[in-house]
Write a protein that binds this ligand. Structure first.
Ligand SMILES: Nc1ncnc2c1ncn2[C@@H]1O[C@H](COP(=O)(O)OP(=O)(O)OP(=O)(O)O)[C@@H](O)[C@H]1O
Ligand SMILES: [Mg+2]
Length: 439
């Protein structure tokens, strides 16, 4: 029996697929399924491990104890869970698992993608794993519904897309739960500095409307979660998400999660439906995990009609883009809104934009904090409060430089009973340095 190598992830040993297949079928023929279903997951695992050890002791090849344990684990993982993906899910350093067909498995660790020397034994085995995942959300995946978003039992987000849409074979993307980093931890990681963190905390406490913007996987949800810790405990918070990732620490949080349509195409509850519903729930704060469509208009209206201190994330590669994107998204609502009215809504609703970026080294960091300097129906103008001076030689990709804080924001911070964090020169709203037109 030859060993095919070791996965960079779990350190497990893989055996020739023919041997594995033999043991798998022996195990299956000896299992009493009805007995197994009556057991708890831990008991089930123990039972399968005992059975397999017995089978191997009886008819297996001579292998070391370590090899045998690895094989037992691989087979039990396959029988019970997500097969060869299980050790990757156990590995806390893995932030994303990407399966492009049975032979091509990648993970992301510390912001970098690496290919693993492991594979599913067959495309059928990959489909079995996929079926197990999507069954958990009552969905099925086949030619007629070839794209499904699902969740693992542990809550992690999974996307599946299969042929004929995916040409590599079934593609599975698992996003590990973002670690609930605190602001202190984000500072230690070099994502932002202490003065910027203090400023953002002051803005959240002062109930300024704040948008976190960034590209895919730039750490938006993580930053939203960290900043939400600044919300006082006595406020009623409603969170609205596509898939519930936020982990707020406050005692009074109502969590809402959108629902995709079922296989018959009915039952859809959109983020937009939830935003509208949340307005009737007496929220002090509305937090929208990510705005991606017409709900943006409802969110802007809520921000402008007394639901201050709302927080949301938006997918955009720069602070300038985030404003343009909000305008585009708000115009996707079925209510036709003239563009200058929309501009008015955005100019009066959005106060602070926190832009996140990924550096060349895979680091996630705040690259700008900006404020909307335009008013009413004016063309959008943004002014930097803090800006990253990019320096590739700096361990965190550069330093954040304070530029200026508009007097109106400083006032709001003071009126909420806080002091304005030091180091930010306060300027009259019309005299903010380097305000720029957003095109
Ligand atoms: N500042 C950070 N430093 C290191 N890792 C981070 C940081 N912020 C986020 N991460 C990690 O990066 C991954 C993506 O983070 P997150 O889900 O917050 O990004 P996102 O921008 O919300 O992604 P998406 O576009 O998919 O919504 C997670 O695994 C998270 O733990
Ligand atoms: Mg996110």
């Amino acid at each position: 029996m030859s060993l095919l190598g070791r996965s960079a992830g779990g350190g497990d040993v893989r055996l020739e697929s023919a041997d594995v297949a033999t043991f798998r079928s022996k195990l299956l023929s000896e299992i009493d399924l009805s007995e197994l279903t009556a057991l708890s997951p831990a008991q089930r695992r123990a039972r399968l491990e005992r059975m397999l050890s017995a089978i191997m002791g009886r008819e297996g090849p001579v292998i070391t104890l370590r090899e045998r344990n690895a094989l037992v684990r691989q087979l039990v993982d396959e029988a019970l869970g997500l097969g060869i993906l299980e050790p990757l899910l156990d590995d806390g350093s893995v932030t994303e698992i990407m399966v492009n067909g049975p032979d091509d498995i990648y993970v992301e660790r510390a912001g970098r993608i690496e290919k693993l020397p492991m594979r599913f034994t067959s495309v059928e085995q990959l489909y079995q794993t996929i079926d197990r995942i999507v069954a958990g959300v009552n969905r099925r995946v086949d030619e007629s519904s070839p794209m499904v978003d699902a969740r693992l039992a542990s809550g992690e987000r999974v996307n599946v897309i299969v042929p004929p849409l995916a040409l590599n074979g079934p593609v599975l993307t698992i996003r590990r739960f973002p670690q609930p980093y605190t602001l202190g931890q984000l500072i230690e990681l070099g994502s932002l500095d202490l003065p910027t963190a203090e400023l953002l905390v002051a803005c959240v406490r002062a109930k300024l409307n704040l948008v976190i913007s960034g590209g895919t996987g730039s750490g938006k949800t993580t930053m939203l979660n960290a900043l939400s810790s600044a919300i006082p405990d006595d406020e009623r918070i409603v969170t609205i998400e596509d898939s519930a990732e936020l982990k707020l620490q406050q005692p009074h949080v109502v969590r809402l999660e959108a629902r995709p349509a079922n296989t018959e195409g009915s039952g859809l509850v959109s983020i937009r439906d939830l935003v509208r519903n949340s307005l009737r729930m007496r929220p002090d704060r509305i937090i929208v995990g990510e705005v991606r469509g017409g709900e943006t208009l409802d969110m802007l209206q809520a921000m402008n009609t007394g639901h201050e201190g709302s927080l949301a994330t938006v997918h955009a590669n720069s602070a300038d883009d985030s404003i343009v994107r909000l305008e585009t998204l708000a115009s996707m609502s079925e209510v036709p809104v003239p563009s200058d009215t929309l501009r008015d809504q955005i100019n009066s609703a959005i106060e602070v934009v926190v832009q996140l970026s990924r550096t060349a080294g895979g680091r996630r960091r705040v690259s700008e904090v900006a404020t909307l300097a335009s008013r009413h129906r004016e063309q959008f103008r943004l002014a930097s409060i803090v800006r990253l001076d990019v320096d590739p030689d700096h361990p965190h990709g550069g330093l954040l430089r304070p530029i200026g804080l508009p007097a109106a924001i400083a006032d709001r911070i003071r009126r909420s009973g806080q002091r304005v964090p030091g180091g930010f020169p306060v300027h009259g709203d019309d005299a903010m340095p380097a305000a720029r037109e957003v095109s």
